[in-house]
Design a protein around this ligand. Structure first.
Ligand SMILES: Nc1ncnc2c1ncn2[C@@H]1O[C@H](COP(=O)(O)OP(=O)(O)O)[C@@H](O)[C@H]1O
Ligand SMILES: NC(=O)OP(=O)(O)O
Length: 316
């Protein structure tokens, strides 16, 4: 009897995609290698990804267009998320296809699903923009952007200034049925890009929301809905640390969900960066017995799934 494949939802972070068109084209090649490694390990993979730099860039470019042309109304953020899904999906699906062909894997089609995710119009996040998008700025550049474009700007975890937008929690993946059908038929699916296009339900109509959903939370929702065994969050650090950046920094190979909750209560994880990853990992690990989440470095995905590195989050 053949062993059932492990189903894995991967959440790709910023370093998997880069910050510019050129960086993205190069970064997706490394990203594709890490993903195809997992496929060769016998895993069934579904890919979700972020879009912070890209959606900021697209929205800013569209705003410049509408300033130049009075007939061109400003492009809603939801439409910019849709554009970012197509742009990133295009690069990622080509890189994945090419990497599989290079390894003589010809029987796994790749598909990018334009994915909408329902949010709650009453979500308090709409009143408290917190999701960093676009490029990093100096304080002076941020002040200029706030004055000139009306952007809300914030300092991002000691790394510089960024524009922030509302980031409501994902309530429902609208295209989950279509994604499930593609996955069940053996396709490699890219879905929930940029956290999904945020929409609000008005009867049968789905209305775009001015927001960017956190891809870690959307990936968790996707992993639960697809009955995945693993949620793997690939980012720029090999492990999660406590006392991060302090002299007594301690890298963790594993955490029970209870330990993770305790660390969260002690503010060990920065909001907007590591905190949503740990929150998503805990939610997934507690959603059904036997489910495990892993947070690790993109290039270490294979070692992570083999239990050699990363931070494993599980329910004791
Ligand atoms: N406790 C922590 N342990 C490890 N990394 C942390 C911690 N707190 C904050 N970080 C930072 O969070 C970053 C990952 O968040 P972020 O850059 O937003 O991820 P991504 O863009 O990959 O989704 C790490 O590269 C690290 O700089
Ligand atoms: N949508 C989102 O979470 O993007 P980043 O991962 O780039 O922040």
């Amino acid at each position: 009897m053949t062993e059932k494949k492990k189903r894995i939802v991967i959440a790709l972070g910023g370093n998997a995609l880069g910050n510019t068109l050129h960086e993205q084209m190069l970064a997706v090649k490394t990203t594709a290698k890490a993903i195809v490694d997992l496929i060769q390990e016998g895993c069934e993979v579904i890919v979700a990804h972020g879009n912070g730099p890209q959606v900021g860039m697209i929205n800013h470019a569209m705003a410049a267009l509408s300033r130049e042309d009075p007939n061109q109304p400003n492009t809603p953020l939801s439409v910019c998320v849709a554009m970012s899904q197509a742009y990133i999906g295009y690069d990622l699906q080509n890189a994945l296809r090419e990497e599989m062909y290079n390894r003589d894997i010809f029987d796994i089609p790749v598909a990018t699903m334009v994915t909408q995710v329902r949010v709650d119009p009453e979500d308090p996040a709409f009143k408290n923009p917190s999701k960093p998008i676009g490029h990093f700025m100096t304080k002076e550049q941020a002040e200029y952007a706030a004055k000139e474009y009306g952007y809300i700007v914030k300092e991002d975890a000691g790394r510089g200034w960024r524009r922030v937008v509302a980031s409501p929690l994902p309530q429902e993946i609208i295209e989950i049925g279509a994604i499930d059908t593609l996955v069940e038929s053996g396709q490699l699916v890219i879905a929930c890009g940029g956290g999904g296009i945020p929409v609000m339900r008005h009867g049968n109509h789905l209305k775009g929301a001015s927001a960017v959903i956190d891809k870690d939370f959307a990936s968790e929702r996707l992993a639960e809905d697809l009955h995945a065994d693993y949620l793997i969050i690939l980012t720029a650090v090999e492990k999660v640390a406590i006392h991060f950046g302090q002299p007594d920094e301690q890298w963790l190979s594993e955490m029970t969900t209870d330990e993770a909750r305790q660390y969260m209560a002690q503010n060990e994880f920065a909001p907007g960066s590591m905190l949503p990853k740990v929150q998503s990992a805990v939610k997934f690990a507690e959603s059904r017995p036997g489910r495990t989440a892993l947070i690790t470095l993109l290039q270490k995905a294979k070692d992570g799934i083999l239990g050699k590195t990363g931070t494993r989050i599980y329910r004791a």
